[in-house]
Design a protein. Sequence first.
Length: 180
Amino acid sequence: MEQIAGVLRRVYDEDPKALHHQIIHCEMVSDRSLELLEGLPAAAPVQPAFDALWGGEGGLYEKHLGKEGRALCNRYASLARAGVLLTGGSDWYITPLDPLGGIRAATRLSNPAERLSPFEAIRLYTVNAAKLTASDDRQGYLREGYECDLSIVSGPGEGEKSAVKGLVKEGKLLFLRGRT
């Protein structure tokens, strides 16, 4: 990761307009990598479900990387503070194609210092995703004139899953549970 961050830093320092890169599987990030990435216009598509499945004490990360290596995984809050654009994904078929599960996982990372707020986690799959694809002039926000596909969900409480309560497609309400 430090080699990648170092190369991105050099390219940016030589020509700031030349850089619009993504760091796919930005999984293990040292403090030095964070320093190198600070302020770069880089993006990191992340997979929050990885931590839900493999993070935490005794999890796959710790078994294979040790406690110190596990602490370097999924440093979402640190990356966001460094200015890296985080977007959410699933790496389907490795983990389920489940944005709601990804949002939930990003707010419950095994390292509490790296957890995102619910608002930040939702942005992974909305505003930030639109910025990554350069479509934020028409997607990602709830604004007049913007494309609007969204799900209305019940908030996940501790231990419960979200439930879809309604669906809006192309700005039209397709259904709303409990509405007659």
